[in-house]
Ligand binder design. Structure first.
Ligand code: 7PJ
Length: 277
């Protein structure tokens, strides 16, 4: 057992867990933003819960390459009613995919169980906002900003650079009183990385785990899958599952995906085989 507390619930992170993606942006690239309305968001949440998701990740800011920034008020209006409605209706951990201090505060108040920040709490006040809760936080690495991050990203050694960055954010978290037992690390697949960078990071997933942190991987339907297979976004499920299976075998235990049931079933087999001696 390796229990981590997510607000009012806990997960055993010796087992794999699926985090279902719930985009509440009008421009979400792979689901066309069809879950913009509260009703549709609740239906999609219920589907993912029935399919075995352990966490629903609610995001109101598109961070796809080239996406335009969203105002704080817009993000609050999109995300908070959805979090509140899911917590009222279902017995599930809700994660909030945000970098915005006000959203972190309000989401925590409404019962969110995880703060998922693609900017690793770099925005003003974000560290403090998380420190004022008891929630875990996923620190993701991104090089640059979404508008321009895919324009010739460059590293000395991508694995070392990403590791060093995340460890520097761990130090900042500890400085404000966020214990390292609350931290989850994510190499940030597709965030300021070439295909080769993404593949190297996945190949070395175990290095992040060996630093003593739980690892979350988000690669569902991303460009790297399309680049390897030469397939459009709606045909990337099998590739996504292969890459996530690899990450599982290298120690990742949290998987942020669009397609919940296929991953729950794949990971159930991966996990059973690993545990049978
Ligand atoms: C990630 C994320 C990821 C974490 C997005 C997309 C882009 N959060 N939010 N890790 N990606 N922790 O889903 O294509 O990789 S948004």
């Amino acid at each position: 057992m390796s229990l981590m507390s997510f607000g009012d619930k806990s997960l055993d992170l010796s087992l794999p867990h699926v985090m279902g993606i719930l985009n509440v942006t009008p421009d979400s690239f792979s689901d066309g933003g069809v879950f913009h309305s509260l009703d549709a968001a609740l239906r999609q949440s219920e589907k993912m819960i029935v399919e075995g998701a352990s966490i629903i990740d609610v995001g109101g800011e598109s961070t796809r390459p080239g996406a335009v920034p969203v105002s704080i008020q817009q993000e609050m209006d999109r995300v908070l009613p959805v979090i509140e409605a899911i917590k009222k209706r279902f017995d599930i951990i809700v994660s909030v995919d945000t970098s915005t201090t006000q959203v972190i505060r309000e989401a925590a108040r409404l019962g969110a169980g995880l703060i998922n920040d693609v900017r690793a709490l770099e925005r003003d006040g974000a560290l403090q906002a998380v420190a004022e809760t008891v929630l875990p936080v996923c620190l993701m690495h991104m090089k640059g900003v979404p508008q321009t991050m895919q324009q010739q990203p460059d590293y000395g050694s991508v694995v070392d650079d990403v590791m060093q960055y995340l460890l520097s954010r761990v130090v900042e978290c500890e400085r404000v009183g966020i214990d390292r037992s609350r931290l989850i690390l994510d190499p940030g697949i597709g965030f300021g990385k070439t295909l080769s960078h993404n593949l190297s990071l996945l190949n070395r997933t175990s290095q992040f785990k060996e630093m003593g942190f739980e690892v979350l991987i988000g690669l569902s339907r991303k460009t790297m899958i399309g680049d390897v297979l030469n397939l459009p976004v709606d045909e990337r499920l099998y590739g996504t599952m292969g890459a996530n299976a690899s990450a599982y075998s290298k120690g990742a235990r949290l998987f942020r995906v669009h397609d919940v049931r296929p991953h729950v079933e794949m990971l159930a087999l991966m996990s059973r085989i690993e545990r049978e001696i």
